[in-house]
Design a protein around this ligand. Sequence first.
Ligand code: ARG
Ligand code: ZN
Length: 850
Amino acid sequence: SPIRLRDYTPPAYLVDAVHLTFRLNQTATRVVARLSMRPNPAAEPGQDLRFDGEKLGLIRATIDGQPVQVNPDDTGLTVPAALVPDAPFTWEAEVEIDPTGNTALEGLYMSKGMYCTQCEAEGFRKITYFPDRPDVMATYTVRIEGDAPVMLSNGNPTARGDGWAEWHDPWPKPSYLFALVAGNLVSHDDSFTTRSGRKVDLKIYVRPGDEGKCAYAMDALKRSMRWDEEAYGREYDLDLFMIVAVDDFNMGAMENKGLNIFNAKYVLASPDTATDQDYERIESIIAHEYFHNWTGNRITCRDWFQLCLKEGLTVYRDQQFSGDQRSHAVKRIDDVLMLRARQFREDAGPLAHPVRPVEYVEINNFYTATVYEKGAEVIGMLRRLVGPEAYRRALDLYFERHDGQACTIEDWIAVFEDATGRNLSQFSLWYAQSGTPRVRVQETWKDGVFTLTFSQTLPPTPGQPDKEPMVIPLATALLSPEGAEVVAEQVLELTQARQSFRFEGLSARPVPSINRGFSAPVILEQDMDDARRGFLLAHDTDPFNRWEAGREFARAVLVRMLKDPAHAPEETLLEGLHAVLADETLDPEFRALALRLPTAEEVFDAARRDGQTPDPAMIRQALLRLETALARRIPDLRARLDALAVPGPYSPDAASAGKRALRGRLLALLTRLEPDAATARELFASADNMTETMQALSLLVATGQGAQALARFHERWASEGLVLDKWYAVQASLTPPENAPELVAELAGRADFEWKNPNRFRSLIGAFAANMAGFHRADGAGYRLFADWLIRLDPVNPQTTARVAGAFETWRQFDAGRQALILTQLQRISDTKGLSKDTTEIVGRILEAR
Ligand code: ARG
Ligand code: ZN
């Protein structure tokens, strides 16, 4: 039965201070918890005392030193009100837990001999009995007993001796921010002085041997700390900040107070082992977790329905940071590509939910693109509507008013209303209504007056048949036929279902550039002919819309090619892309993005909007044909490619990475013209960094010529887990459909396919589901294999299983044959005995789309 937002009640009892003692043992760790508690003055008096607790072996429990008889159940234990003092009291419990048996990676678990924790959202209840909800905030004192050389927890180290260490975190926090790490670790050290003069020790802990791969993460951390001071006036608040890299981790990283725990993939980098994209992800995730110290930790969420309060805001902040560090235009294009690929897809299917959901069965299933990425978009719109100064004032007020509190979206909105005097009740619909708005635009030009008429609709989504119009800020400029801005960019604010905007005093019919910078996360429906597309690709003064014009042009052409396999790609598209490539005034990274063809998924969606039921195999063919036509259109591919070589030792900076990206794009085009992939082979052999190695290897695999290179790569990197992940992923995602499911099955049988490691599982099974033509092969072999592996992983790691299972969310968009095949597999998964709550919820919701 689902948990509902409307059922929220304040906690019956508060916890002011937590004292934990851990006696570490790999299979039988003892945890003694002493909690200073009191009845919550804001709650009904005289309630039972309920603790959450799962998989805990209770040894003893006392209140004020007196044993209390309690009966644990599957989800916790209750002390009857009659046994609970109506004044402050001390609860103490000792439990035994098994970190080794904890393969779900939630609570206290082992990763390669190291103890570590993941408590968000509800993992703390697997460590001890506790009111495990974010509106219960306490200070923590932690004593760790064990023989590990390094034993860490939140806050500051207060004492240590032979076989023990003590920590104290003075900042009250919810239990989901608790962390403990113990193991044989080494640290990469540095320090940072805050602008008010606090010297903060910075330590990145890794397994011995990885200490040489921490420098980039450390640099990103220091830049994040400075940026948060400058952009938001936020300083760090302890004398120590630690990051630990862990091999087995369900998500990207976790913002535990003073002790961030990271998936090693998002910390460790060297030129040999990490690609430019890896460096970029490390920079943004380091920033993200650091920024949570204020947006998440100092101000946290009242309940898990408010998750976007911290996640949407923190994603927005990390996006701003990355844009400032690199290029805003490129960052925006990357973010929108991701938003469309993951969030628009989610919004259009059975898993659609509002940015602030109103019910859930398993909260881990709501760490979604909608909560995170659409949540960030909502903040971007808010900033655009009120302007940057008012945004900053509102944020200052937010930090001042709510520091130390567990808050709601209403609190957040009230801060903006109070700081700006604006009524945001209609705007708040962005938090409540799911689905992606469609905005249709029509133009008229009459007697020197240009009119844009917009109509917005929001399609029905699960549980939401009817919708209200939203506030949609569309940054818009008008361009002259020569490409000059005759009306400078302004924000058109849609608030009604249908609305017109008039522009007077124009001497010629202008070309509108609408939703510049993707100012609103909507689907814009605009009648465009190729002449208009080509014009915007050549002239739009907004880099995002310039890129968008080319992308949209390519999608339109691909839809025609799908309809008619004899259709030759339009010369105007090829010429337009060539012109962007040849324009040396443009950032190479931008040019690389502009030259990238739409993904198979994008073409699939575009063809569906055109009324087709597209076949993934045909989409693949159309994409290959367009890629070949583009390659033929660019005369000097090899010379251009050579000219982009970045001299000197590898550096991950944005400018160098941009050149490598464009060079990689040219290599891909050139490979279309070389039956033996000679240049890719040559560059694979000569590459001295992982970025170029992977560019070449990907092309060899995609053209079915990867065998030798794959063997060499494996030999060289067999002992580097994160690189081995790439070896699996490149094959799973790029192997041509004819033998993709067979190859994946074979790879899954290898001894080094350590499928209990989430990164490895995602590298093979997750990456395969993203290989559209291979996964959706018409005989259903891909679906069967995928379901087999979900069923296998589920009892071991429900959270990762449920997440990967989301790949089936688009199943109703396929032809009847594929739908039937997928349905069989969904039912087989759903009929599995003992299926986890996580996977049951996801598969159940996907099945409801019938
Ligand atoms: N708060 C983390 C972040 O976004 C994500 C942790 C999610 N963990 C989970 N088990 N759902 O940085
Ligand atoms: Zn986060």
